[in-house]
Design a protein around this ligand. Structure first.
Ligand SMILES: NC(=O)c1ccc[n+]([C@@H]2O[C@H](COP(=O)([O-])OP(=O)(O)OC[C@H]3O[C@@H](n4cnc5c(N)ncnc54)[C@H](OP(=O)(O)O)[C@@H]3O)[C@@H](O)[C@H]2O)c1
Length: 261
């Protein structure tokens, strides 16, 4: 791909020269065990949205890493709120990224996993209707699907009053989805944090002040603080920072060669 704003490593060991996609893929990698990675973009003053959406915070360096993280995962987990609000489309990857996955023995595309207690979902939304792999919906035991939803997605029922996220993730892992990437939103991240299910946070900090108003990357009921060590700091030429925090230092073993696209 053409790189508009080169990304360099500034911590722990500054690397000379811009990072290539294969080097970035190795820095993020796939963990050697079941792993939940969460990815967000925020402004320097902590806002999760600009004019109601994440798009205004996400420049070219963030989009580049966002795409690489999708390439690296088995399951792409998103809450229904974000799926509806951001109008999620089907998960697509470029041919070089699909080829990289084939070389690693992975399916060509990750599986989209939607977390929804209400099942207020539109089966005609492209995320479902055009999905290259049948999506999975984690939901409550008694939730009623709208007409057509079970034609385009598998329902996994876990939890009476609300979706039991630990049980849901265990079922995903039973289905072979070990490396999970969660793209939000804030209420799902807050619930995953409260349930102590987050192994890694990838946080892009956009170099702008959004001002008062927007929420944070986490929302919902309060929970105990949890220590999450910093593992790397990358900086793009436009001032965007990309921070990776993870429980385990070896969360990202070498991922092999990655495509240049
Ligand atoms: N900056 C970023 O990187 C980024 C990333 C993602 C989203 N966002 C922004 O965040 C906003 C949406 O976030 P949000 O916090 O309102 O909603 P959210 O976390 O995306 O979705 C909340 C919904 O998730 C479903 N859910 C089911 N079980 C849950 C559980 N156990 N815990 C938590 N959620 C569960 C529920 O869906 P049902 O209603 O179907 O039951 C609930 O209403 C949008 O403005 C979006 O643009 C920003």
């Amino acid at each position: 791909m053409s790189v508009g704003s080169p990304i360099s490593r500034v911590w722990p060991a500054p690397a000379t020269g811009p990072l290539t996609d294969p080097e970035l893929a190795t820095l993020y990698g796939r963990a050697g065990r079941p792993h939940l990675r969460v990815n967000f973009v925020a402004s320097a003053d902590g806002a999760v949205t600009l004019d109601g959406y994440s798009e205004g915070l996400s420049g070219e360096p963030d989009k580049r890493v966002f795409g690489l993280l999708r390439m690296l995962c088995d399951g792409l987990v998103v809450a229904a709120g974000t799926l509806r609000h951001e109008g999620y489309r089907a998960v697509r990857l470029s041919e070089p990224r699909r080829a990289w996955r084939r070389e690693q023995g992975l399916t060509e595309y990750p599986t989209l996993v939607v977390v929804s207690g209400s099942l207020d979902l539109d089966p005609a939304q492209a995320a479902f209707a055009d999905a290259p792999v049948r999506p999975v919906v984690l939901t409550r035991d008694a939730a009623e699907p709208p007409p057509g939803l079970t034609d385009v997605a598998d329902l996994v029922r876990c939890g009476a009053d609300r979706v039991n996220l630990a049980a849901g993730l265990a079922e995903l892992r039973r289905r072979g989805l070990d490396q999970l990437l969660c793209e939000g939103g804030p209420h799902l991240f807050g619930a995953l944090t409260a349930a102590d299910l987050v192994d890694e946070l990838c946080l892009t900090v956009a170099p702008l002040l959004a001002g008062a108003g927007p929420g944070r990357i986490t929302a919902g009921d309060a929970s105990a603080p949890r220590h999450l060590p910093l593992r790397h700091v990358l900086a793009a030429g436009d001032g965007t920072l990309m921070l990776r925090y993870a429980r385990d230092p070896d969360g990202a073993p070498p991922a092999g060669a990655a495509p240049a696209a």
